[in-house]
Design a protein around this ligand. Structure first.
Ligand code: HEM
Length: 387
């Protein structure tokens, strides 16, 4: 039996989880975990679970009640946002958000994003940190634009988001819990004022997600928690997509020759998925790949492993920017598939295209430092030599 405990992973796992994923996929693709849950690594199993919402629920009340306590802000937040709910509540909230994520609604964000990217690149000279100076500075502005958060209010958003999502890690320290609670307290206070102002002066419902959510008939709590989620969902994930792309294009410099960036971004998403783990709860007895799964089983879906499954991808361990088709699961699949994927792709395309044109010969200046998280894969810092 493979020794694998999500709650205490060795340091080497964070550097390179893929050998472990591979062993699990080959030997124990439906791995029973010490706490009673199962850990899935096959592409076909993830696709099935994501699609079968009658058997696998996104509702996290049981899990987060035990993890955070039912009176905590983290419990209230995570159990109210659309991503951790099932139909019927989930369906209209998703529809409301998706309406503002279609290409026609996103196109007006592009010119401001291009100008921001040019400003960031203009400040870089000789050397830079690909995360702090570039990748982390972009999503916060884009999501701020999406919800029309005034420019002057945006500084704390990234810190709040990191603290709230940090508390989702499989192993939760007291400190991470406290930081998550504090961030939510401040975030809630901020959003109360923003929402009151928007009620008085609504934005364009074709484009402004907050104005759309206001018209959707949500309770105040549902409104606030879905705004927090939206502001969080696109932060670290997209920062890591851009950061992981910069690292991979540097690690494999030949990938930059004649690069079709659209395909390249899909391969980055497959090869180093910024979101590595998802979860569902079995709400009736079932089986996965012939293994019986009892009602109440907590299921962890390993996107990072499924994206290197040889049953779904030829030469899955090769970073191949010409790969096509590329049915990766970086944005999950089924009724909860990422509602922001068009936005994430647009951000990455604009940022990386401008970066590669400005610094075509950039390279790693020294070993990048990984953010040691099992769920969100990316770098804390990425020192680059630009010319
Ligand atoms: C590279 C960037 C991103 C990645 C890898 C990513 C990944 C994911 C994944 C895997 C899910 C499914 C979670 C689950 O059900 O288990 C998800 C859901 C979601 N994402 Fe993203 N995401 C990214 C960017 C964004 C952006 C920019 C936004 C918008 C601001 C966004 C908004 C959402 C929303 C609203 C959901 C919930 C959808 C639902 O439950 O119906 N995401 N994302």
């Amino acid at each position: 039996m493979i020794d694998f405990d999500l709650a205490s992973l060795p340091g080497s796992f964070y550097d390179d989880p893929y050998p472990t994923y591979r062993r699990l996929r080959e030997q124990e693709p439906v791995k029973r975990l010490a706490g009673g849950g199962v850990f899935l690594t096959r592409h076909a199993d993830l696709t099935r679970v994501y699609g079968d919402t009658a058997t696998f629920s996104s509702d996290k009340r049981r899990e987060f009640g035990a993890k955070y306590g039912e009176t905590s802000r983290l419990f209230a937040h995570h159990t109210t946002s659309l991503v951790f709910n099932d139909a019927p509540y989930h369906t209209p909230v998703r529809k409301t958000i998706l309406g503002a994520m279609i290409p026609r609604a996103l196109a007006p964000l592009a010119p401001k994003l291009e100008a921001l990217v040019e400003r960031l690149l203009g400040r870089m000279e000789g050397a830079a940190d690909g995360i702090a100076d570039f990748a982390a500075a972009i999503p916060v502005e884009v999501i701020g634009d999406l919800l029309l958060v005034p420019d002057a209010d945006r500084a704390p958003l990234r810190g709040w988001s990191l603290a709230i999502l940090g508390a989702l890690e499989p192993a939760l320290s007291d400190d991470a819990f406290r930081r998550g609670e504090e961030a939510l307290e401040q975030f809630h206070a901020y959003l109360k004022d923003l929402i009151a102002g928007r009620r008085e002066h609504p934005g364009d419902p074709e484009r402004d997600v907050l104005t759309r959510l206001l018209a959707a008939g949500l309770t105040d709590r549902e409104l606030v928690e879905n705004c927090v989620f939206l502001l969080n969902a696109g932060h670290e994930t997209t920062t890591n997509l851009i950061g992981n792309a910069l690292e991979l294009f540097a690690r494999f410099p030949q990938s930059r020759a004649g690069l079709d960036l659209r395909l390249g971004i899909e391969e980055v998403l497959r090869f180093e998925s910024s979101n590595q783990l998802g979860n569902r709860l079995a709400v009736r007895d079932t089986e996965i790949g012939g293994v019986p799964i009892a009602e109440g089983t907590f299921v962890t879906l390993c996107i990072g492993a499924a994206n290197r499954d040889p049953e779904a991808f030829e030469h899955p361990e090769s970073f191949d920017v010409t790969r096509r088709p590329n049915p990766h699961l970086a944005f999950a699949a089924g009724p909860h598939q990422c509602a922001g994927m068009n936005l994430a792709r647009m951000e990455a395309a604009i940022a990386l295209d401008a970066f590669l044109k400005r610094f075509p010969r950039y390279a790693l200046a020294e070993k990048p430092v990984r953010a040691r998280r099992a769920r969100f894969r990316g770098f804390a810092s990425l020192p680059l030599r630009l010319r």
